[in-house]
Design a protein around this ligand. Structure first.
Ligand code: MG
Length: 202
C-alpha cells in the first residue's frame, strides 16, 4: 500500500464493468497491512442518480446514471485491508467530533489502481455502536439481490460468512478494533480532496 499520508486517493465501486461510485479521500495513515482513508464533509462524490434507497438493488440490476453528490454527513474514516471482503469504517459527528460508532462494510476485496482502490459493495453491512454492540443492516437488500438474480444464493451465504468473520474479530477486540482509531483526527491543513480528470478511467 504505497501511499503517503495526506495524498488524495480515489475509492471507486465498480459493478459489471461500470462505475457505481467514485469518492476522493485523503490518506490518513498507512500502517503495515492497513490503509486509513478520511472522507471529509464537503467532498464531491459521483454516485448513482436518485435518492430512493429502496431502489438500490433494482438500479444495480437495471442500470444507472451517475450524478454529483456533496457528502455532508459525518466525518468518516475507512480502514482498508488487503485480501478481505470488508472494510471497517468509523464516523464522528460535527461540531465536537462525538464518536458515532463503527461500521463493517461488506465489499469485494480491494484492488489497487493508479488512483487508489476499486471494490464493490456487497449490500449487507454491520452497524456497531461506540460500546461495540452490533447488528446486521440491509439483510433485506441481500435477500432482494438473490431474488432478482443479481447474486447467487451461494454468494450471499459467502458474504454473510465474511460478515461473521468480521464479527468474530470485533468480539475478540482484535485489530483494528483495539487500535485506538476512535481518537484519530485529521490534519487541519488537509484540503478537501477532489476527483482528478481521470477518475473514470477503468
Ligand atoms: Mg455496504
Amino acid at each position: 500500500m504505497g501511499w503517503t499520508t495526506g495524498e488524495t486517493i480515489i475509492l471507486r465501486e465498480i459493478h459489471r464493468g461500470r462505475i457505481w461510485t467514485a469518492r476522493p479521500a485523503t490518506v490518513a495513515a498507512v500502517t503495515g497491512d492497513l490503509l486509513a482513508a478520511y472522507l471529509a464533509p464537503g467532498t464531491h462524490f459521483r454516485v448513482p442518480a436518485g435518492t430512493d434507497h429502496s431502489q438500490v438493488v433494482r438500479r444495480l440490476r437495471d442500470g444507472w446514471t451517475l450524478a454529483d453528490y456533496t457528502w455532508t454527513m459525518a466525518r468518516s474514516l475507512h480502514l482498508l485491508m488487503p485480501d478481505i471482503g470488508y472494510s471497517v469504517h468509523l464516523w464522528w459527528l460535527p461540531p465536537d467530533w462525538r464518536f458515532g460508532g463503527w461500521y463493517i462494510n461488506l465489499q469485494e476485496p480491494i484492488r489497487s489502481t493508479c488512483l487508489g482502490y476499486d471494490s464493490m459493495d456487497q449490500l449487507l453491512d454491520i452497524v456497531i455502536d461506540p460500546d461495540l454492540t452490533w447488528r446486521w443492516k440491509d439483510e433485506d437488500e441481500l435477500a432482494e439481490a438473490v431474488e432478482l438474480g443479481l447474486m447467487t444464493e451461494a454468494k450471499a451465504t459467502a458474504v454473510r460468512r465474511e460478515g461473521e468473520r468480521a464479527i468474530e474479530r470485533l468480539e475478540a477486540r482484535r485489530s483494528p478494533f483495539c487500535d485506538g482509531w476512535e481518537t484519530w483526527r485529521p490534519d487541519a491543513a488537509w484540503p478537501v480532496p477532489t476527483l482528478p480528470d481521470e477518475w473514470d478511467h477503468l
